[in-house]
Design a protein around this ligand. Structure first.
Ligand SMILES: [Zn+2]
Length: 257
């Protein structure tokens, strides 16, 4: 079974619109890093894999429960189109998943913003065509340089900090769209968007809405989002797993119960 970080009934008026993250009868879990967990609304929340998965698919299936669907949501919200130009702000597991997601509909160019060589390498494996290592005003200038001076059609903001948001607003072209999945810290000035006709959309990913399609892509080995897990630890070492991610020693840790 694969499920997301929120439970949903799959039958209410909002689930039927694909907005499972706001299910009228749904909610969050009381902790998931456990040997066993009871899933409310299990029928609506979980999706069965076609058969018992082989071991090598487990990391990618696990990625679907959160980071991959969140990166996908960023691409959906940023209206990534075939042939389009995309900038991804953030090189964590969600940002890298965003790169992978943006490449799927056939974006012509995916520009990943990252200063970390290992993450740049994975971004390229996931479909990034260019890497921008600069940040702030310099990062924006570099993106404009790469995009005929106008900015990208779509920008995926996968961090949530004020700095990342400024980066996204500076990197998007007039009439383009920003997909926001980084949990917000601080306010975003709407005026900066209004005068350039920039679209802004985002929020918690409706994981369950994306699961059937993404499970198919993983099952048929068209995408391998499990590559974001670069540290595997037993469940008992969960504290070290968080420490490694906090100190950016690991992109994402996989815990084995
Ligand atoms: Zn619902």
């Amino acid at each position: 079974m694969v499920g997301g970080f929120l439970h949903s009934d799959g039958t209410c008026a909002l689930c039927r619109k694909g907005m499972h993250a706001s299910c009228l009868h749904g909610g969050g879990f009381d902790g998931c890093q456990a040997e066993l967990i009871r899933i409310p609304n299990a029928d609506g929340t979980l999706l069965a894999t076609p058969e018992l998965p082989p071991d090598d698919l487990i990391p990618s299936l696990l990625a679907l429960s959160d980071v991959m669907c969140t990166g996908w949501h960023a691409a959906v919200c940023a209206d990534v189109q075939p042939g389009g130009t995309v900038v991804v702000v953030g090189d964590g597991a969600v940002g890298l998943s965003g790169v992978l997601a943006a490449a799927q509909p056939g974006a012509a160019r995916v520009i990943a913003m990252s200063r970390n060589p290992a993450r740049q390498q994975l971004a390229r494996e996931f479909g990034a065509t260019e890497i921008v290592t600069e940040r702030g005003a310099e990062g924006i200038a570099r993106v404009l340089e790469l995009t005929d001076g106008i900015g990208a059609d779509s920008v995926l903001e996968c961090v949530g900090t004020e700095e990342a948001r400024q980066q996204a607003v500076g990197a998007v072209r007039a009439g383009g769209s920003i997909g926001l999945v980084g949990v917000p810290h601080g306010e975003l000035a709407v005026n900066a968007l209004f005068w350039r006709n920039v679209g802004l959309r985002g929020g918690p990913a409706p994981v369950r809405a994306y699961l059937p399609h993404l499970l198919d892509l993983v099952w048929t080995r068209q995408i391998d989002p499990g590559k974001v897990f670069d540290l595997t630890l037993p469940l008992a070492e969960v504290a070290e797993a968080y420490r490694a991610m906090d100190e950016r020693r690991a992109i994402k840790a996989l815990l084995i119960p």
